[in-house]
Design a protein around this ligand. Structure first.
Ligand code: E4P
Length: 217
């Protein structure tokens, strides 16, 4: 499973990238707002750190506007993935931009039928939002599983990018279902290393080690 980090925080991206935990990055208008940075500037900086796909989102509502914005974003670096919303116009923009050879991430996907359309429009990635479905008492993982089944049935090459990942359980569940990629905030990726029994075990080992009076260095 590929790990994308869902942030426009350059320092956090650099730290996780140094550990080999970042195969790509996803941003969105809210994350750009949170960073307080200029979209073109911060996205360029991210692309200089991470060689994998870096999603930058369009904000126009019409296909023509999305295509123009997508071309401008794609000119930032060769690893830019243009992110468009899963609307009819977004699908039109996806078809055109992917036809021009750009990677396209179709975002804000909340149904299996939407994912089917994105694959037919040539999306490189489909982003089903797991956490936001959970927020309205649906099971986001059911959607990941349904899309996996549909894409496998018809051998679609569009990669399932499990998005809106909020918990460590989301990560393992998406991996078990076979999502190709997951994108999560840096804090969720860091939390994957944590387990209370690891902390407890380490504490006990260190107590016993102290009793030996030995030193390794
Ligand atoms: C994905 O590309 C989105 O940026 C992100 O995962 C949305 O997550 P949220 O629902 O926690 O805002």
């Amino acid at each position: 499973m590929k790990f994308f980090v869902d942030t426009a925080d350059v320092e956090a991206i650099a730290e996780l990238h140094a550990l080999g935990m970042v195969d790509g990055v996803t941003t969105n208008p809210s994350l750009i707002m949170k960073s307080g940075r200029d979209i073109l500037e911060v996205t360029k900086e991210i692309c200089e750190i991470v060689p994998g796909p870096v999603s930058a989102e369009t904000v126009a509502l019409d296909a023509e506007g999305m295509i123009a914005e997508g071309r401008k974003l794609a000119a930032i670096a060769p690893n830019i993935t243009v992110k468009v919303p899963l609307t009819w116009d977004g699908l039109k923009a996806c078809k055109v931009l992917s036809g021009e050879g750009h990677m396209v991430n179709v975002t804000l996907c909340f149904s299996a039928n939407q994912a089917l359309l994105a694959a037919k429009a040539g999306a490189t990635f489909i982003s089903p939002f797991v956490g936001r479905l959970d927020d309205i008492n649906l099971d986001g993982m059911d959607l990941i599983a349904d899309i996996r089944t549909i894409y496998d049935n018809y051998d679609f090459k569009t990669q399932i990018l499990a998005a809106s990942i909020r918990t460590v359980n989301h990560v393992s569940q998406a991996a078990m279902i076979g999502a190709d990629v997951m994108t999560a905030p840096p804090e969720v990726i860091r939390k994957l290393a944590q387990h209370p029994l690891t902390d407890k075990g380490l504490e006990a080992f260190l107590k016993d080690w102290e009793k030996t009076g030995q030193k390794i260095l």
